[in-house]
Write a protein that binds this ligand. Structure first.
Ligand code: UDP
Length: 323
């Protein structure tokens, strides 16, 4: 506890897309929050509005020793680039933050007697051969493929988290996050929803990889944060999928974004990236049973909010010249 009886939390990657939403939620719940980031993919813009609350920003790369003065109740280890374009651009920092960053965060949790949550991912299932994915599925990952740097880093992160739990009695939680979208994704993030949204809003063609028949199940950031908060404060220590089980083809997501943004952009087909999972959908039975959680935001609603956020940032919609 910090002075004043408040709970004190550290969020690594706190200036990132999900980390910043989490910081906001923790502050709303009355926490004292330390947001740690090295701004490799995060941005101070994401947390600028929090600076007048019980909020401290610390510029630090968690792949090096993490020192925090004073007590700490909870650590949310959310630091990591997470976009497939980053897997090619910065593979070694991704491996380091999954391995060394998790190791350092666990060491800090052990020293402070804090509960630690690892932000893991549906990518631990790789290109899944079981559908939908339950937590007891071990996955189908290509360890030497381009995506392997992220997938294996997170698989290692889960393994070391469990080792610290078994060997050092660190109190841990593991959330497996499925595709999540919302305000504060970087316009140049490279993932499906920011790409399609910025393309639709600027009148550029939507870049559809492959034939667009691959599926994803997309959840709104607020739903994820609710699941994370419940998981951290519940008893379930095994990995828990947090995702929206409503499954769309990538082509359907593109069509929905075109409709909701009122864009007349065309579709431009591009090659499917290596090891791109053909389908992905969470089985959320465990989250329902142990957390009483399920997503609440329909895709239309979440995408509308996201599109309007991007609209303020990427300027007005430029309608391409009609036929
Ligand atoms: N995708 C696409 N066009 C884009 C970006 C992504 O068709 O401009 C596809 C990608 O090939 C994948 C899906 O959308 O099948 C989701 O990709 P994303 O990068 O969001 O994350 P992933 O779920 O693959 O980790």
């Amino acid at each position: 506890m910090s002075s004043g009886g408040k709970k004190r939390a550290l969020v690594t990657g706190g200036a990132g897309f999900l980390g910043s939403h989490l910081c906001e939620r923790l502050l709303a719940e009355g926490y004292s929050v330390i947001c740690m980031d090295n701004l490799r993919t995060g941005s101070l813009d994401n947390v600028a509005h929090l600076k007048d609350s019980d909020f401290e920003y610390v510029d630090h790369d968690v792949t090096t020793h993490i020192g925090v003065a004073g007590g700490l109740d909870e650590i949310y280890h959310f630091a990591s680039p997470a976009s497939p374009v980053d897997f090619e651009r910065i593979p070694i920092p991704i491996l380091k933050v999954g391995a060394l960053g998790t190791y350092n965060s666990l060491g800090l949790a052990r020293t402070k007697g804090a509960r630690l949550m690892l932000a893991s991912t549906s990518e631990v299932y790789g290109d899944p051969l079981v559908h939908p994915q339950r937590e007891d599925y071990w996955g189908n990952v290509n360890p030497i493929g381009i995506r392997g740097v992220y997938d294996e880093a997170k698989r290692y992160a889960e393994a070391i988290t469990m080792a610290y739990r078994r060997h050092h009695d660190v109190d841990t939680r593991i959330v497996r996050i499925f595709n999540t979208y919302g305000p504060r994704m970087r316009p140049d993030d490279g993932r499906m929803i920011p790409n399609f949204t910025t393309q639709a809003l600027s009148g550029a063609p939507l870049t559809l990889y492959g034939d667009g028949s691959q599926t994803r199940s997309v959840q709104y950031a607020d739903d994820l944060v609710e699941g994370v908060f419940r998981l951290m404060h519940g008893e379930e220590w095994r990995p828990v999928n947090i995702g929206n089980p409503t499954e769309y083809t990538v082509k359907e997501v593109a069509a929905l974004i075109l409709e909701l943004s009122g864009s007349r952009s065309e579709i431009s087909y591009k090659p499917l990236p290596q090891d791109d999972p053909k389908q992905r959908c969470p089985d959320i039975t465990r989250a329902r049973q142990s957390l009483g959680w399920e997503p609440r935001t329909p895709a239309r609603e979440g995408l509308e909010a996201t599109i309007s956020w991007f609209k303020q940032r990427v300027g007005r919609v430029e309608t391409p010249a009609g036929p």
